[in-house]
Write a protein that binds this ligand. Structure first.
Ligand SMILES: [Zn+2]
Length: 190
């Protein structure tokens, strides 16, 4: 199946505007289909991304460091695959290294690469954890995501400020009670 073009996407947005009850030819809306298509291109850039590739380059000079590494408060901007509405939140990503580490900005890039797709939060959390486990092969991985789902907070059951928390713990962060508690307390530490 041929991939739809920018013009196809614009035509679809125009249809939605008309379906909503407005006139896509009025001045304020005339360029809206092209803006929406371009912003979706950016917000769904994860489909053109291979987040695992960010984890390939690692550093072995760690001076014997073998404690938890946790990057907190990575902004998550994703879209729920059931309503195509924004899911906005924060991810906390940690791992227990095994002889090598990855540049910390790469952890954020992995989160962004998997977020900028149609997702459910549960799968997003698992995708991030499993990519780090598979490529970096640390002793353990922990990923916690807290996010607000616009499909819940703006419509439907209308529960403003409700957030969903998901976690995926692998290896030593899952199995070793002390390591797990240390990771979770670092994440909770605000
Ligand atoms: Zn939804």
């Amino acid at each position: 199946m041929a991939k739809p073009t920018q013009a196809d996407a614009e035509a679809a947005v125009r249809t939605l505007i008309e379906w909503a009850g407005d006139d896509p030819d009025r001045e304020g809306l005339i360029d809206t289909p092209s803006r929406v298509a371009r912003s979706y291109r950016e917000l769904f850039a994860g489909y053109e991304d291979d987040p695992r590739s960010y984890l390939q380059r690692t550093f072995a000079e760690v001076g014997g460091y073998d404690e938890l590494i946790v990057l907190k408060n990575i902004r998550v901007v994703s879209f729920c695959e059931h309503h195509m509405l924004p899911v906005i939140g924060r991810a906390h990503v940690g791992y227990l290294p095994r002889n090598r580490v990855v540049g910390i900005s790469k952890l954020a890039r992995v989160v962004h690469g998997f977020s900028r797709r149609l997702q459910i939060q549960e799968k997003l959390t698992a995708d991030i954890a499993e990519a780090i486990q598979d490529v970096l092969q640390p002793q353990g991985v922990g990923v916690v995501i807290e996010a607000e789902h616009s499909c819940m907070t703006l419509r439907g059951v209308n529960t403003p400020d409700s957030t969903l928390t998901t976690s995926r713990l692998l290896g030593g962060i899952r199995e070793d009670a002390r390591t797990r508690e240390e990771f979770l307390s670092l994440v909770r530490g605000g």
